[in-house]
Design a protein around this ligand. Structure first.
Ligand code: B12
Length: 307
């Protein structure tokens, strides 16, 4: 069974494209540049193709073409032509520094399954901002919006996969470009047992690398037994663990940490961890980091503390 196409209300189209709702309604009424669907109650519902046509209209009018002729050209374009016309500009629609426009552009590129546009938006964001602000202001909000849209059934899981896969590639490029020469097993980043989400680990690895700190990043779903073996054999000084999903009540990690007998700074991140952390072993400090910057700070600070 095929999924019905996503349809957007005037307000959402206005937010995505930065065009006033009144203008959108006028273009629809006067020139037929509008939604191909309406709800039973008569509310406008734009498809992705309708939105592309509005984009073309907007581009022409912005260049001074009279609305009437801009509309004629936009209406003459078939689906393929509209894709070509708008494919390259979708990601550039948001002006520099416009975070909500950029977040909307990420979602739109994810929805249109456009990896090229996603890379361009991510790269441009990383050029314009430092990594922490790129993550806090654009990437994390875009991921949250994508998660919400997926939760509502407005966006397919394939769009979520694509948006995160392309972000993985771009974050890895930052890591590669900044990777310190020496990376030993002193700083470990991992996602908790059974936890598939690991993008925040890459953001953190990239941020640490930018500060000259190399880390071993183990990625998603690291079994607690494997983590335990690694801790016991290599005695690292810092461990970061991510959990998006709620951790089980019988979390095995706590008993692993209670057996640690060397100074270990454990930083936990993500909404999956309980707010009240059980006390760990005497030599272990466990804290919750609420954002990328503070997680990086906690791990970097222990470098200066330990020399
Ligand atoms: C991308 C994604 C995926 C990708 C992951 C790819 C990858 N390489 O990581 C894939 C497709 C694999 C996936 C799978 C699943 N996902 Co998913 N996914 C997401 C998505 C869109 C982004 C995840 C992410 O990177 N989040 C990072 C930031 C954005 O997370 P945050 O929670 O907002 O962060 C908060 C804090 O932790 C802090 N913060 C933000 N960034 C950072 C960084 C650092 C370093 C620190 C310390 C703090 C911090 O600020 C935020 C506000 O407090 C989220 C949406 C979301 N809101 O997270 C859903 C989401 C996490 N997924 C969800 C679900 C349900 C799943 C699946 C169970 C789906 C399924 N049925 O298979 C599986 C998970 C299976 C498992 N056991 O892990 C739900 C979880 C709901 C819940 N808690 O129960 C979410 C919230 C979507 C939703 N709205 O329902 N997912």
């Amino acid at each position: 069974m095929s999924t019905p196409p996503v349809e957007w209300a005037v307000g959402s189209v206005s937010e995505r494209l930065g065009i006033a709702p009144a203008t959108l309604r006028t273009w629809d009424r006067r020139y037929g540049i509008g939604p191909s669907q309406r709800t039973e109650g008569g509310h406008r519902r734009y498809s992705e193709e309708d939105i592309r046509r509005v984009r073309v209209m907007s581009r022409f009018t912005a260049r001074g073409v009279p609305a009437q002729s801009a509309a004629r050209v936009a209406l003459s374009m078939d689906s393929e032509r509209l894709m070509i016309e708008t494919g390259a500009e979708a990601d550039m629609a948001a002006p520099v520094g416009d975070t909500s426009g950029t977040v909307a552009a990420v979602c739109s590129a994810a929805l249109s399954l456009d990896p090229g546009a996603l890379s361009r938006i991510y790269q441009r964001t990383l050029r314009e901002r430092d990594l922490v602000s790129a993550w806090n202001d654009v990437f994390a909000p875009a991921l949250r919006t994508i998660g919400e849209q997926w939760g509502k059934g407005a966006l397919g899981v394939e769009s979520e996969h694509l948006a995160s896969e392309v972000l993985v590639t771009e974050l890895r490029a930052v890591i590669r470009g900044n990777r310190p020469r020496a990376v030993d097993v002193d700083v470990i980043l991992a996602s908790a047992d059974e936890e598939q989400h690991y993008l925040p680990l890459l953001a953190l690895e990239a941020e640490l690398a930018r500060h000259g700190l190399g880390a071993i990043c183990l990625g998603a779903r690291v079994p607690t037994s494997a983590l335990s073996d690694l801790l016991m054999s290599r005695h690292p000084s810092r461990l970061f663990l991510w959990a998006s999903m709620d951790r089980p009540a019988d979390e095995a990690l706590w008993s692993v940490l209670s057996a640690v007998h060397w100074p270990l700074n454990v930083v936990l991140g993500g909404p999956g961890w309980p707010a009240d952390l059980p006390s760990a072993g005497r030599s272990v400090t466990v804290s919750l980091a609420h954002d990328l910057g503070s997680a990086a700070h906690a791990l970097l600070a222990s470098v200066s503390e330990t020399g």
